[in-house]
Write a new protein. Structure first.
Length: 120
């Protein structure tokens, strides 16, 4: 069965709003994401998932030249950044999109769906 990357994207406005939320306000989102994770696991679609630190915790390594260059921060300017992800198994893109709809609802954010490259 194919694997799909479900990316939870954030932007600066959303990050600022989330930073102002209390734990009491965040709790329903945490619970909804936990329920979504449980459903993925129970349905056999779960492979792996994780939340990421904010984009300012990024370190970029470029070893394409004569020497490796290590820099702090994101490589490029972007309106959105990756905040977390799920790796799932789904029968096809349509099934992955259905999971993404549920994930988006749970985390209250946009979810990008990207298929993995076929093996072999």
């Amino acid at each position: 069965m194919p694997n799909y990357f479900l990316a939870v994207n954030h932007d600066e406005n959303g990050a600022a709003e989330m930073a102002e939320m209390t734990m009491e306000q965040m709790q329903p989102i945490f619970e909804a994401v936990d329920a979504f994770n449980t459903e993925l696991q129970e349905q056999g679609a779960w492979v792996f998932a994780g939340g990421l630190q904010t984009h300012d915790a990024t370190t970029v390594v470029d070893n394409t030249g004569d020497a490796a260059v290590v820099t702090d921060g994101p490589f490029s300017e972007s309106k959105e950044y990756l905040g977390g992800f799920w790796i799932i198994e789904a029968a096809d893109l349509d099934a992955a999109l259905e999971w993404a709809k549920l994930g988006s609802k749970a985390c209250q954010g946009k979810v990008e769906v990207r298929p993995f490259q076929a093996e072999g």
